[in-house]
Design a protein around this ligand. Sequence first.
Ligand code: COA
Length: 186
Amino acid sequence: MFVPDLPIRTDRLLLRAFTAGDLAVLRDYRGRPEVTRFLYHEPYDDAAARAAIDRLVRRTALRAPGDVLNLAVTLADTGEFVGDVLLSWISGEHRQGEIGYVAHPDHTGRGYVTEAAREMLRVGFEGLGLHRIVGRLDARNTASARVLERLGMRREAHLRENEFVKGEWADEVVYALLVREWRAAA
Ligand SMILES: CC(C)(COP(=O)(O)OP(=O)(O)OC[C@H]1O[C@@H](n2cnc3c(N)ncnc32)[C@H](O)[C@@H]1OP(=O)(O)O)[C@@H](O)C(=O)NCCC(=O)NCCS
């Protein structure tokens, strides 16, 4: 179990818990088709955004396998919302986790997501004591693959048409990092 001390600070960012006040920005960026193209969900409408924020505000700790930590990524200087990151606790027995991230399209190309996702790896390895953390993505999502490569994660698998997503068969790519690889890179 791990309850992070929030907010988490990095050079440029504050990673904080979601609040009800994030509803409008969440509806905005997750309502855009270019953002959700390789996500499992369709662009949010008002109802979907409200349901999502109700979930997100409660996901502030990893108390048991199956729990997800979702954090809003904001600029330390201005408080501006630039995206979100998550760490999912996949298995207690096997000490496995998964990271995920979505950038607000007005704030891509600046390395904010990589900087934030690195903190999710830190929470997983140093806070929760995970052995291995994965990142999974649609094989066409090259911007996401670059994030995982910048994080030092290893491309482990390319699964052919293993998922039927939004009306079509999609390939999935899996990246992973072991705790000893994280420590060696520190
Ligand atoms: C995937 C996604 C998060 C990547 O966003 P991004 O802005 O490219 O990622 P980062 O914030 O890490 O920024 C990295 C980019 O900023 C550039 N950059 C500028 N300053 C930087 C800095 N100080 N540090 C690192 N990178 C920097 C990098 O060169 C890189 O650009 P490149 O990929 O063209 O080389 C974004 O495209 C997105 O949200 N997509 C939709 C949702 C999605 O698909 N999520 C992933 C699901 S698996």
